[in-house]
Write a protein that binds this ligand. Structure first.
Ligand code: KIV
Length: 266
């Protein structure tokens, strides 16, 4: 039985009806299909794959080819979810023309449904040019990890200059984005932005008042153990589960109890 694909209109309608929606990241086929079957509405192929999949300190080394590679795998592995692929560092900052060409490559070569790019006022011309070609865009303001070195770290944004952040979110909306991610900003500011905008907001570390929420899958599953940002809720402790499983496997191989007769051919 074919299922009805989530589209940009779904998120608009959810906001109009005051309903919340869920977003998670995925970078591989197995995870993407589990999220899809669980009814996750939006699957984000985030450039957080630099941290999660590639084990890097920041998202800056992630390339357009990396994003297309993972975007294609995820897009092919879901049948209901709306798939958004991140535009990586330097794929949209240099010029509007570059941004449009690279967004087009992501759409054509990955088969995703929309692109996401970081920045508010400063990337609004890129957003409107991409949108005018018929590509849906998800904005991203607040803590934008590609600018981590300019910010001097991963601290909360928008405390000192909330008005600048509201301007950023409004610029993203005016440029034609279908939604905007609000990352690591005070909950009162996220509430104000969510009430001001007509497009949906998707929060990460932005409190409970956003229209949708997003978490990096490795954080939610307890796979990433180096530290736990306070905004993360772990729904599983998979690093411990995997560690127990492989330790037990090693023991069974070493003591000769794996494989047994039922796990061997006659
Ligand atoms: O790269 C990513 O996964 C993201 C989300 C955390 C919003 O941008």
């Amino acid at each position: 039985m074919s299922v009805k694909r989530v589209t940009v209109n779904y998120f608009r309608k959810m906001k109009e009806e005051g309903k919340r929606f869920s977003t998670l990241t995925a970078y591989d086929a197995l995870t993407a299909s589990i999220l899809d079957e669980a009814g996750i509405d939006l699957v984000l192929v985030g450039d957080s794959l630099g941290n999660v999949f590639q084990g890097r300190e920041t998202t800056i080394p992630v390339t357009l080819d990396h994003m297309i590679y993972h975007g294609e795998i995820v897009s092919r592995s879901v049948s209901r979810a709306f798939v958004v692929v991140d535009m990586p560092f330097m794929s949209f900052q240099v010029s509007v023309e570059d941004a449009v060409r690279n967004a087009g490559r992501i759409m054509q070569e990955s088969g995703c449904h929309a692109v996401k790019l970081e920045g508010g006022v400063r990337t609004s011309s890129q957003i409107s040019a991409i949108v005018s070609t018929g590509i849906p865009v998800l904005g991203h303001v607040g803590l934008t990890p590609q600018s981590v070195h300019a910010f001097g770290g991963y601290g909360v944004r928008g405390k000192d200059s909330p008005d600048a952040l509201i301007e950023d979110a409004l610029a993203v909306q005016e440029a034609g984005a279908f939604g905007v991610v609000l990352e690591k900003i005070p909950r009162s500011l996220a509430k104000r932005i969510t009430e001001t905008l007509t497009i949906p907001t998707i929060g990460i570390g932005a409190g409970p008042h956003c229209d949708g929420q997003v978490i990096v899958i490795a954080d939610l599953l307890g796979l990433f153990k180096k530290f736990k940002p306070s905004f993360v809720r772990r729904y599983a402790e998979l690093a411990d589960t995997i560690s127990d499983a492989v330790t037990n496997y090693k023991r069974d191989v070493e003591d000769g109890s794996f494989p047994d007769d039922s796990e061997s051919y006659d």
